[in-house]
Write a protein that binds this ligand. Sequence first.
Ligand SMILES: Cc1ncc(COP(=O)(O)O)c(C=O)c1O
Length: 579
Amino acid sequence: MNALENCTLQSPVCDKGINNLVDALDCQSLDSNERQGPIASWVTQALSDFDPSCLQQYPDDSPLVRKLAQSFGLQPSQAAVFNGGDEAITNWLASIGPKSTILLPIPTFSVYQAVIPARNDLNVMSVPSNDALEQTIDGLVCEIESKQPDWLVLVNPNNPVGQYFEPEQIEALVCAAANNNCKVLLDEAYIEFAQTSFLASQTRTKKWIESFDNLVILRTFSKAFGLAGVRCGYLLGDAELIAQIRSLRMPYSVNQLAITMALAALEHGTLIECECRAVALRRDLLSQKLIELGLNVPPSRANFIAVECNPLQIKLLKKLSCRAGIRLRYFEICAERTLARITIPADIQPVLDCFQILCAPQLICLDMDGVLIDVSQSYDQAVIQTVDFFSQQAITIEQVIMKRNQTQCNDDWKLTQLLLEDLGYKIDIEQVVERFQAFYLGDSQNTQGLIKLEKTMITEATVTRLQARSSLAIVTSRPRAEALIGRSQCRLATTFTVAREDAAVKPSADGILLAAAQASAKSVWMVGDNVADIQAVVNAQTSGLKTVAIGISSTNQDALYQAGADIVLDNVNQLTYFL
Ligand SMILES: Cc1ncc(COP(=O)(O)O)c(C=O)c1O
């Protein structure tokens, strides 16, 4: 079965639902494919020219219908306006008789996926895209021929991916549909971003409407024209079909302000055409930059792109985009594949910054103990045995971890001393260190030394992958000599290493800042297993570094999230999911 057959979409109908109200004011909304940038001057002008006296009467949409028909070279009977494309879709659906069969390529605009299947007297046949998230014309023709549907609903450019069929392909499809008694609802909500010569597009539309009586085209003033707030969309097509759909519309559903603004928009086609070209250029540049970061960005011809991410990337992206004040929309294709859909902003840099630190930080700082090396049998045991030595009391590893979290202490000698204090023993730090080191490194009585029980947790493949994408540094509270032993054990022999002697221990940000300065890095991941590591990243943020705090723990996740971790992974090798 194709992965897309189970495609589910986030929040099927309402783009601006109640959940978005809270942050609507502070966030840059790149989740609804609206026009970006400052308000166009023609909009302000049209508003100031608006004569409010007309608000006392019911609206008359006939001037807009006439103007639209005229701009496409059609008869007014071949056009109808609606309260947004959404109302056109609802009325189109209401016009369809029971038991009709609808062919629906997916993924598609969430309204179709929500409202069509809700009509349970219809027979809806989904056509999943292939693994590259594409439909093919041949594939759709085959479906029409084999399934003999009453209607095909095609969005071109498609939402949420942005796939675009050239006019000749659409023509072939509509022709094949006509030969099989199938009508086509062609949703061109984003066509202005693909066919940036409006004149050529209008001429083509006229030709199609005149040649095919099985075609209804949907367009909207919400996207290229930047009028999503006034709610105005329209249908063009065979006069009989248009009359049928129009007859189901509520009277006066398109208000006078919408009519006035849509008429003004039609006067400014040339300007809007230029804007669409500029959006297309930014779209292609953003796509190219994201592809260079190793991401899958299917070609888009709309005013948005879809970036494919795995579940861990999505989890982190949600955090990073939220921190950057950017709201994106997510579409789950299957368990392992989610699309982040991004409306092309006026300035692409903040979005790029978000993805750059998601997939290619300039520097990755790795804590050693508990991240690169499993010290549960060495350092943690040395803490337990030293406490036992001085107090004759057995503490558990959970108590050690809890104390580490509470005190944000990243120095196991100090931690041992604090644990002893809790038990009522005041021991000099020198004595603690001496005993601790004897257990850890071995001595005449403990020849073995717990250090021998340490296991490397980072695999060679992970090291290679991380090194290929970013500079690496080790930021550890180990004394230098022990840090160097651990470093070679992890096949990171030449990695820049900040040890206890080089900088104040975490939660101080000093070690991270030193490593960042050495690598001239402005974007940094810190990967650590305890609260002090995470706190160090939070402290580093105040210096202007762009940072991501990555926790590593399967048992201590809540504490790490509470300390400010952006994401917590079970083990260090999962870092490769991002790179
Ligand atoms: C493919 C598609 N069709 C139609 C619409 C409806 O737009 P509106 O109701 O704002 O005209 C949208 C809006 O996002 C869309 O993406």
